[in-house]
Design a protein. Structure first.
Length: 545
């Protein structure tokens, strides 16, 4: 027997998701979410992915969002299935990613009575979503129709803009669970009128700062910020641009760009600018953040976010808008810049680039392996870094390319899945540590199912390499067991399990031509640490000279 009320409600909900911009849905199989899954599957325009692991499925959806900048829906059944979405919802919240979470639920009479596979899913993600609702059970009155219309309009305000982020729809269903699959006319798309206003802002109050000069621009994580006009403004107002590894600027050719800020500020903390323009989310480099904290000059934060990321120091100015709009407005100002630091940073950049290039040629360690492989990646392919050491080595050595990372909560979970989500749309080169790869090995199932173009470059130092750079390393009696955590994994078996070619790196460090490959680089944690210290010492010597 087909449930007419259920059919009308769930088809309208899925139809409206499409109308408001959702084009892809990731489905983790389960019984109670059947209406949502079937409605998504029979929608004529939606692309669906089936992922059996909810935790990895939600991170896979984040990768789809990163690749398309569109909202993506993820569906699961009731119980702990919904709990497994929590890590990805957390990342989506901090990174402002429009993840639409649809959790099937037991009807109200089966809640809190000991019924199987029933947990309290109402407000389950309340600390990490922008909008949430517990839908009523389907009936044949008009109220559910109006509620869905109101809900989708309200939720859509979190699909883009300063309040972009995840939303949660908890949808209870009473049996029978199968909708009328012949009612396809209920899924007919109806375009929604969305009016976008291009923001401008009067920046005349900044003219005295700009004219005094000696300004510096720091472009942090701009994976999801629009950066049109940023280099034009840097040129017009004579600003060196310190470009973070996630700035999306390192692939550009411009004399004002500085790609060695992390190495620079490990050795040099005495530069004192007249003002600083910070763009996007905070930078990866701890040393650059420490330098920013020490500055007494005015700092200007340009970031489209209603709750700005003020770390590492609260700026006196915050412009809640896309950087592209800010710099377009800035270009309209007429100001005669009296002093600038461009030539200073160009000299520092040149000296440090020579040191880094020499280091890459003469030292063999994990960092130089990353550097050599980065140099071989085609310009039209995506680079995806795991957290811990891969993103830091990327910050030190990446000179060009587009880099992405789950840099919201900075966790190691879900990295494989997010990269594979991006690989559904682009060729991806994933740089990941052995512990992080182990943590999300389940996510590789999407390579087996989808055969996406990805090179999984695992930097295997047999443990947690990042801890070698922290004070814990001095506690030798406890360090290896608590922090080193060697796992002794043979990744050739992982490759075979998930239909990836396996390659073991040799001294040539040749990037595989195949894009369905697990490429293992074996390194030593102690040697890696010593090589990094040698680089910093060489940089210090060059700056002193």
């Amino acid at each position: 027997m087909k449930n007419e009320a259920l059919t009308r409600q769930v088809y309208q909900l899925i139809k409206r998701l499409y109308d408001y911009g959702v084009r892809e849905v990731v489905i983790s199989p389960g019984s109670r979410s059947t209406p949502l899954a079937m409605a998504s599957e029979v929608h004529p325009e939606l692309k669906t992915y089936i992922h059996p692991d909810e935790r990895s499925a939600a991170f896979f959806a984040l990768g789809l969002i990163k690749a398309t900048e569109r909202p993506v829906a993820v569906i699961c059944t009731s119980g702990t299935a919904a709990s497994n979405f929590t890590p990805a919802v957390t990342e989506a919240y901090i990174s402002q990613l429009p993840l639409v979470v649809l959790t099937g639920d037991r009807p109200h009479e089966l809640r809190n009575v000991g019924a199987p596979q029933a947990v309290d899913q109402v407000r389950m993600y309340s600390n990490f979503v922008k909008f949430e609702i517990d839908f009523p059970l389907a009936d044949l009155y008009d109220a559910p129709h109006d509620l869905i219309e109101a809900t989708m309009l309200q939720a859509s305000y979190h699909f883009e803009g300063a309040d972009r982020g995840p939303v949660h729809f908890n949808v209870p269903f009473r049996e029978p669970l199968i909708p009328d699959l012949t009612a396809g006319e209920l899924l007919t798309p109806e375009p929604v009128a969305v009016f976008e206003e291009e923001r401008t802002v009067d920046l005349s109050a900044l003219r005295p700062l700009l004219e005094a000069g000696n300004g510096v621009m720091v472009v942090g994580d701009c994976q999801h910020q629009k950066l049109d006009h940023v280099l034009e403004a840097a040129e017009q107002f004579k600003l060196p641009v310190l470009a973070d590894v996630l700035s999306q600027l390192r692939g550009l050719d411009h004399p004002h760009l500085v790609r060695t800020a992390d190495t620079l500020f490990k050795s040099q903390q005495t530069i004192r600018p007249g003002f600083i323009i910070r763009v996007g989310k905070p930078v990866v480099s701890k040393q650059l953040n420490q330098w920013l904290t020490k500055q007494t000059c005015p700092q200007i934060l340009v970031q489209e976010k209603s709750e700005p990321d003020t770390f590492p120091v609260v700026p006196p100015y915050h412009f809640n808008m896309q950087p592209a709009a800010f710099f377009k407005s800035m270009l309209k100002l007429e100001a005669e810049v009296k002093h600038d630091l461009v030539s200073v940073f160009q000299q520092l950049e040149h000296a440090l680039s020579d040191v880094i290039e020499s280091h890459i040629r003469t030292v063999t360690d994990e960092g130089t392996a990353v550097a050599k492989l980065l140099q071989q990646i085609p310009a039209d392919e995506v680079i995806f870094f795991g957290n811990s050491m891969p993103i830091r080595d990327g910050d030190t050595f990446m000179q060009r390319g587009r880099a992405y990372c789950n840099r919201g909560a900075n966790g190691i979970d879900g990295v494989v899945s997010t990269a594979l989500g991006m690989a559904a749309h682009e060729t991806v080169n994933l740089f990941i540590g052995d512990i992080s790869l182990y943590h999300d090995m389940n996510g590789l199932i999407m390579h087996k199912l989808e055969q996406s173009d990805i090179r999984v470059i695992v930097l295997n130092n047999d443990g947690g390499g990042i801890f070698s750079y922290l004070p814990q390393r001095e506690e030798e009696a406890l360090f290896e067991r608590l922090y080193g955590t060697p796992l002794g994994l043979d990744f050739s078996h992982v490759a075979a399990l998930y239909d990836l070619e396996y390659r073991l790196a040799d001294e040539d460090m040749k990037l595989p031509e195949e894009t369905h490959v697990l490429y293992e680089v074996r390194t030593d944690r102690t040697a890696n640490y010593e090589a990094h210290q040698a680089l910093y010492q060489a940089a210090q010597a060059a700056l002193n000279a």
